[in-house]
Ligand binder design. Structure first.
Ligand SMILES: [Zn+2]
Length: 312
């Protein structure tokens, strides 16, 4: 609770959040500039755009964590500092905050990784996280490669996906008062969003058509797979075009509203059928081909609870 935090800690927390926000905005400006450059040059040298935008997304999320749940920004803290940040009003008098102040300011303590920051974002903003989860999953899978190595198979569409996520996240966290959005970029970023959504639908329409043609040429029996029913990070979903089972990764969320009606919902990240080539990277487009955006897994609620307890 903010009122319990000593004034100096409150100031320090704001300073760290401001610094993270400023860095996020700086990488965002460079990334969007590089995106527009790359677009003009027929998508050559996209790597600078991807790298800068990926770093910007990570910094935005960390700025949000610093703002909403400061202690969670750090992976492991010395016990004294951990206790102090947990509840400053109850902390033993033997703990002196001063020596830790500079270490926090200069990021001497290791901060959380991208996946953890995304998970925390989901706890505070489940709706926004759910809307963007296909993009977060993609970024999480490609982030290290994009920042540290070349991306030979990276497509123009993938760069657009990273840009889309960066812009949506920037707009949301600016609205929440966490980040100061570079307002002069608004016309360009709105344009990028509009163009992305238009091309997204066009692209899926083409992919569906091609998959239908491929499916006509498939002669063998439909492939079926078996996945562990208690693995809550994946599901086998039949392909709506060719009928083959497709392994789909995603997240299971507990959205139980009352104890009498436990409810678990699986959110697939994306869909890719190796048999007919149907590939839909954004769960929002699943409806275009008759796939559900979410899947009910409430029948495994007890198993999920057991696993969840083991994770603690
Ligand atoms: Zn298929």
């Amino acid at each position: 609770m903010a009122e319990r935090i000593p004034f100096e800690l409150h100031l320090l927390q704001s300073e760290i959040q401001r610094n993270l926000s400023a860095s996020a905005a700086a990488y965002f400006r460079i990334g969007i500039g590089e995106y527009l450059n790359t677009e003009r040059k027929t998508w050559e040298n996209y790597q600078a755009a991807v790298g800068n935008l990926a770093i910007s997304i990570e910094l935005m999320l960390k700025a949000f964590v610093a703002h909403k749940c400061f202690r969670k920004l750090y992976v492991s803290l010395p016990d004294e500092l951990d206790i102090f940040l947990s509840d400053t009003s109850q902390a033993p008098k033997s703990i002196v905050f001063c020596p830790f102040e500079n270490a926090l300011r200069t990021f001497e303590f290791k901060t959380i990784d991208l996946d953890r920051a995304i998970a925390l974002y989901g706890i505070y903003f489940p709706k926004e996280k759910s809307e963007l989860h296909s993009y977060f999953a993609f970024l999480s899978a490609t982030r290290n490669v994009s920042v540290h190595a070349a991306l030979p198979d990276f497509q123009r569409f993938d760069l657009a996906r990273v840009s889309y996520l960066a812009i949506k996240l920037m707009q949301h966290l600016a609205k929440e008062g966490v980040i100061f959005e570079p307002s002069h970029l608004r016309p360009q970023t709105n344009q990028i969003l509009k163009q992305f959504d238009r091309e997204r639908i066009e692209r899926v329409t083409v992919v569906i058509k091609r998959a239908r043609e491929n499916a006509k040429r498939l002669t063998g029996t439909k492939s079926s797979i078996i996945v562990d029913p208690d693995d809550f990070r994946c599901l086998a979903i039949p392909c709506p075009i060719c009928g083959s089972d497709v392994y789909v990764s995603g997240e299971t969320e507990n959205d139980t509203r009352s104890e009498d009606e436990p409810s678990l919902t699986f959110h697939p990240d994306s869909f890719a059928c190796e048999e007919c080539g149907l590939e839909i990277p954004d769960a929002r487009d699943f409806g275009l081909v008759g796939l559900d955006e979410v899947y009910d897994r409430s029948d495994r609620f007890n198993e999920w609870c057991q696993q969840y307890a083991e994770w603690q």
